[in-house]
Write a protein that binds this ligand. Structure first.
Ligand code: ZN
Length: 204
């Protein structure tokens, strides 16, 4: 669930269990997610589990051990991670996206399980959405590119911080390109804050 689990109760006849969750941070409705299945979990960090069906949970545990490093790199750039838990749910192969940034519980495609952690930048991207898209978000679907644009900006800065300059070049971030992107970032952020975005849900 895209929220913190706060408890569970069993009915008097023992037939039903009620699971309780709480999301105390305001977030847009498109981020509400519920996962149901025969799921197992493994700890991959001090605030993170990977969830999956039992056949794939060990592979997920190996693949996503860098999750805490990604969170910390993004925190250095954007401030504290405010959502409490950050868990990853490994979806069935029919999941049609790379990842989905639901608060507290990212959904990811199993196609990033490469066995060598070479495709886990997707997780860094979804973590970056914890600020860019989830804490501040677009007012209309027309503006959704802003969520993704700012998220990629943070993701790439975090990956550069973790894996160095050569990795940044691999992603096409030459110094000149970085300057242009930074200029675009500053320009767009003004639009993001003052025109296109509204935390309260009222018209901007
Ligand atoms: Zn994204």
């Amino acid at each position: 669930m895209s929220a913190e689990r706060t408890g569970q109760k069993t009915s008097d006849d023992g037939k039903f269990i009620t699971y309780e969750f709480k999301q105390s941070i305001l977030c847009p409705s498109y981020l509400i997610a519920l996962a149901v299945g025969a799921l197992e979990k493994r700890e991959i960090g001090p605030r993170s589990y990977v969830w999956s069906e039992k056949e794939t949970v060990a592979a997920g545990e190996f693949e996503f051990t860098e999750t805490e490093k990604f969170i910390q790199a993004c925190e250095e750039l954007c401030g504290p991670y405010v959502w409490g838990r950050y868990d990853v749910l490994l979806m069935p192969p029919s999941f049609p996206y790379g990842g989905m940034e639901n608060p507290c519980l990212t959904f990811v495609t199993p196609t990033i399980i490469a066995g060598d952690r070479s495709l886990t930048s997707v997780v860094c991207h979804e973590i970056a959405h914890s600020w860019m898209g989830n804490l501040i978000t677009c007012q209309t679907w027309e503006d959704f590119w802003l969520n993704e644009g700012f998220c990629v900006f943070v993701e790439r800065k975090a990956l550069r911080k973790l894996f160095g300059e050569q990795f940044a070049h691999l992603q096409g971030w030459t110094p000149a390109g970085r300057f242009l992107i930074f200029a675009l970032f500053v320009f767009s952020f003004s639009f993001f804050v003052f025109i296109g975005f509204d935390m309260s849900g009222k018209s901007a």
